[in-house]
Design a protein around this ligand. Sequence first.
Ligand SMILES: [Cu+2]
Length: 481
Amino acid sequence: MGGGGVAVIDPPVGAALRLPTLATNMSIDPAVVEVEIEARQALVDVNGTVANLVTYNGQFPGPMIRVRRDQLLKLHFRNALPNDGQTNFLGHSTRMTNIHTHGLHVTPDANANGTFGDCMLAMADPGDSLEYEYDLSNHPAGNLNFYHPHIHGSVTDQMWGGMSAPLVVEDGVDALKPFAEKVLVLKDITLAGSVPAPHDSQMDYMHGVEGNTVMVNGQVNPRLAIAPGQVQRWRVVNACTARFFRLSLQNHTMYLVGTDGGLLDKPYPIGEILLSPGERIDVLVRATLKSGSYKWLSLPYGRGGMSAQQQITLMTLTYGGAKQNQAIPSAVDPSAVRVTDLSMVAQRKRMTLTMGMGAVGIDGRTYLSHEDCYMTMSDVGTWEIWEIVNSSGMDHPFHHHTNSAQVLSITGGDAGYASLYTTIPAWKDVTIVPRMGKIELLMPVMDYAGMAMIHCHIIEHEDIGMMGVWHIMGDGGMGEM
Ligand SMILES: [Cu+2]
């Protein structure tokens, strides 16, 4: 923020936007989606430089998984990263890894057949494999999730270096079917020669590093064609480690139809929207003009700390082709509602995200291991209200595994973000806790017992310990929702 100057980053318009490659479904059983995902180094073109990234299946972004909630997702994971003993600035192995299915309401434990659910205790050394199975029968339809590594101390290196990919749970909503869908993965990086520039100071971890190259689906300022009168559905995930976006489309309104945890009742017109690391939005864009090119921008936003104020052209929307006559629908998913009756709330808890003296934590506890960290307990089948306080000078995007929440209040920060998420029927798994501010979440603790996790989604902060264990007790098999 410093002197208040804003850097304008407006790269030349690049090639036509590419969409993420679909992961191959190897299953012939229509009730199962079965994919093979391998973590490995691969050469990837990053804005004209051939870079040696860490990837899923050699792709950047990684292969997109698409699954319906009535299908079982089987993920065969293999760690093919080099077995070279590499460690990072924090002293952690950069080669051990695993998979977190960010956003899935599935078990955080192992399954009865010995495979893993969204279990953070599963870890693979180079050469090892992990078998994951995700039963989505309790997961709501219609949201964009993403998968990425989750081994404490090395998540930054692996996500910064290229490991993340979209995971769509399909919806059956007719109102959105007519529209061309574009899954957009936002990701920044800085290269040092042909490799991702390593985080090499405590300052990098305390502030969170924003890359000098900002990409949509691995491309700098790609061109996206739209026909006059066409409506497109953009499903956006912020896969950066630390960069916040403030998204706005020149001369056009975006219509919010979905958030982290599912679809909304109707489209909500927005001129701009904040998207912190880990958050997702689902927006409709209608080509209301006749011709021209329009920048999809990230407007300046100060998230605190030493982050620079930048305006970045992320993508360029270019009119062309035969006129269409599509309209923004009046309704999307009428079953989406805000929960207003709080009489069932069984427990109220408060936790504070803390930074100071070179350390981060929750209530002053730095995560060191599952046994030595902040821990909060819940009973499966109950509702809670969580008050998350931020006692630091930086915004922290607060993420909870396993269950999504509704936002009851946001104190401080961006007024538009606060008024949006405290009024629409959105389910969230990442919510910005403004610096020196707080949020309140209505948290249903449903269906699954086990060791879930809560943490800041500035990945650098997660890696230095702004993380805790969420111990959900119960038999975990049967929900009561
Ligand atoms: Cu943080």
